[in-house]
Structure formats: C-alpha cells, structure tokens
Design a binder for this molecule. Sequence first.
Ligand SMILES: C[S@@+](CC[C@H](N)C(=O)[O-])C[C@H]1O[C@@H](n2cnc3c(N)ncnc32)[C@H](O)[C@@H]1O
Length: 242
Amino acid sequence: MKYKKIGDILILDKNYSNENYERLSKKHNVKTIMKISHIQGTKREPVYEILYGNETETINKENGCLFKLDLAKVMWSKGNNNERLRIAKLVEDGETVIDMFAGIGYFSIPIGVHANAKEVISIEINPNSYHFLCENIKLNKLDNITPILGDCKDETPNFKADRIIMGYVKTTHHYLRVAINSLNEGGILHYHETVPEKLVNTRPISRIVAEANGRDVELIKINKIKKYSPGVWHVVVDAKIN
Ligand SMILES: C[S@@+](CC[C@H](N)C(=O)[O-])C[C@H]1O[C@@H](n2cnc3c(N)ncnc32)[C@H](O)[C@@H]1O
C-alpha cells in the first residue's frame, strides 16, 4: 500500500514519492502528509518527515472509538485494529483489567466503549502517550479507566486483575512474572511477542509457563496479528492462569 490515512493526516509508504503533495492532500482531504521511517526505543517514538502542511495532531476514528494523537510524538499501529476490537469483546461485565502498555489507549478505550468492565487500569511510561491517553478517556466520555503514568513493572504489583493485556513486543517476556503475579485465580493473560514462524506454537507459551511460578497455565488461543518482518510474526497468546 502506498499510504494510509490516520484522521486527517496521510502517512506515505517509505518508498513512495509524489511530485505534487498539495494535489495529493486535496485528493485525500488531509491537512498534512508525513513519512514515518521507523518507530524507535522503548517509548515507541516515531522518526518522521513532514512533506506537506505542519499540523501533526489529529483524531482517528476506529471501531466506534475516538483516538486523539500527535503523529510526531506517538505511534499508531494500523495493523492491530481487529485485535483491539477482539479484546474489547472478550471483556466480561464487572471485570478489572490491567492494560500494562497502554499507549494512547489502543486497548483501554475500546474496552471502555464496548464492554462493561468495573475498572481498566491503564499504565503508560511515555508522558506524551499518557497525555493522549487522558485526552482520549475524556473524548470518549469514559469513567471507568484509571490512567497511570509510570513503569508497569513498578505499578502492576499495586493491583489485582481478572485480565491483563501486555500489548508490547519488545522484551515483553521480561514483564511476565509481574503480570502473572497480579492475575486473579482463573485470570486471562493476553501476551504479545514477535516470534520466528517456526517458534510460533512453542516459544511464547513456554515463556509464560516458565514465569508462572508453578501456577497452572491453560492455553486458550494463539492469534497471529500481522507479519512483523520477513519470517517473523507478531502474535498474541491468550492464556488462563489458574
Ligand atoms: C505503542 S504501544 C503498543 C501498541 C498497542 N498495544 C497496539 O498493539 O496497537 C506500547 C506502549 O508501551 C509503552 N511502554 C513501554 N515500556 C513500558 C513500561 N515499562 N511501562 C509502561 N509502558 C511502557 C510505550 O511507551 C508504548 O506507548
């Protein structure tokens, strides 16, 4: 694909060039055209170039949710939209959910909009993402989301939950012990990992078992979200911890 539209901003593919950005902006009805070369570091910050316009803040609508974000400051992962809705639909009435790597509310906001959770505790380390997480809670008029600015390794142990989302793919397994310790009996873990094709059915689940501290791990599902790089999948494992 040559481009994707996020709110009223067009993000061009790295290899795509166009002679007339003004015409392209009119054709797609956008205020800004950008290229994002990659997303860097733990805080998942974009390295970008602005090709047309100057405003990088926008509101993206997805699955009936509003996401305000600044594309020069925080990432938007377009390929994960089905997963964001899938999780919201799994949440049962009255659950307490911890979203350990909340970002701008990619998972927390759809849960707030589409489910009837008691509370969603949304932890985010990047102050820019945290700012938009708070904005998005207001924008979507939600009153059951508790945003926390901090490292989920330190914050998660303060809570107990029926479901924990680990929506991060860099060294996520380092956070497994902390997550599992905060899961109630029979709680559900959604553990993300980038994994070589031939290890999809073995490595993520064995990492969960290794960090479960003797608790019984029941594999529910391994869901391939998208190709991450050649031969490598971004997967999410749903597991019940008894
Ligand atoms: C951008 S998200 C992943 C995207 C989203 N889950 C999705 O699948 O679309 C990952 C977030 O985790 C945050 N993060 C990384 N390490 C963290 C930590 N130790 N504690 C809390 N948040 C962290 C990053 O700042 C980033 O906003």
